[in-house]
Design a binder for this molecule. Structure first.
Ligand code: NAD
Length: 258
């Protein structure tokens, strides 16, 4: 029962797709009530319906993590609805424009609106979510931030704003671990390598030329399915990780080992 979340309530941002959907599913399966937050209402409703069909309990709120008031109100609504808040996944994130060597990912080629959008969601959005959750989450709560292997090194697949924001959130996690430890609230980062989600746009990751890339850059030789994040997500969300805080956990098929 180390992994049992019965009676607890969670918030997952970016819950309408990809990794956030997988996280919401495993939390519900472990017994938690799950508050789903996403900018995309249709995606939100689809994920909620799927979890409810499996007997899970959900409450969906359409909100934008990049907007302070929007995410603060959503977290508050979910806390009010379930009467408590124990687990928070600050997971929503975006990627804009190609990496280098294509023009869009170079220093000079980075568009200001792409920079601002990525910083708004991946950095400000994480901070906004943590700031909204910190007074609301109960003592002994658990928080998980979705970073990336791109927070640890250069990554030719993504642009400057993406690598910058993913590195920044790793240190926000360490700073918050210090602040929250006296309350027994633990916070960790996860750093996924390439998972098959909608982040690069529909079908973008299936381009035939990418097959060779995965074989070359990932020891396990392939992209991951979002379900393969569930074990790590449940570990960090549950009492099974009781001595883990301020850390960053890589889940990348061995990519960073190369
Ligand atoms: P995804 O696009 O499949 O899902 C992201 C979800 O977040 C979408 O439903 C989207 O509507 C939502 N979202 C976007 N902006 C939002 C906002 N401002 N407020 C609320 N919701 C918003 O992508 P994903 O791959 O599941 O991404 C989830 C997280 O994982 C991101 O932080 C991403 O950077 C990170 N990540 C992904 C990979 C990968 O290979 N897929 C690798 C490393 C890190």
């Amino acid at each position: 029962e180390m992994f049992d979340l019965s009676g607890e309530a969670a918030v997952v941002t970016g819950a309408g797709s990809g990794l956030g959907k997988a996280i919401a599913e495993i939390l519900a399966q472990a017994g938690a009530s799950v508050g789903l937050i996403d900018v995309d209402r249709e995606r939100l409703d689809a994920v909620a319906a799927g979890i409810e069909a499996q007997g899970g309990k959900t409450f969906g709120v359409a909100a934008d993590v990049a907007a302070v008031d929007s995410i603060a109100a959503a977290v508050e609504d979910i806390k009010d609805y379930f009467g408590r808040l124990d687990i928070v996944f600050a997971n929503a994130g975006i990627s804009r424009g190609p990496g280098f060597p294509e023009a869009g990912g170079t220093l000079a080629g980075t568009q200001q609106e792409d920079w601002d959008a990525v910083v708004g969601v991946n950095l400000n959005g994480v901070f906004n979510t943590l700031r909204a959750a910190s007074p609301t989450i109960g003592d002994g709560g658990r928080i998980v931030v979705t970073a990336s292997t791109a927070g640890f090194r250069a990554d030719p697949m993504v642009g400057y704003a993406y690598v910058a924001t993913k590195a920044a959130v790793l240190n926000i996690v360490r700073q918050a671990a210090l602040e929250l430890a006296p309350r027994g609230v633990r916070i960790n980062a996860i750093a996924p390598g390439p998972f098959r989600t909608n982040i690069a746009g529909e079908g973008a990751l299936d381009a035939p030329e990418l097959n060779g890339l995965w074989a070359e850059t990932i020891p396990l030789g392939r992209m991951a399915h979002p379900d393969e994040l569930k074990g790590l997500a449940l570990l960090l969300a549950s009492g099974a990780s009781s001595f883990m805080t301020g850390g960053a956990y890589v889940i990348d098929g061995g990519a960073l080992a190369l």
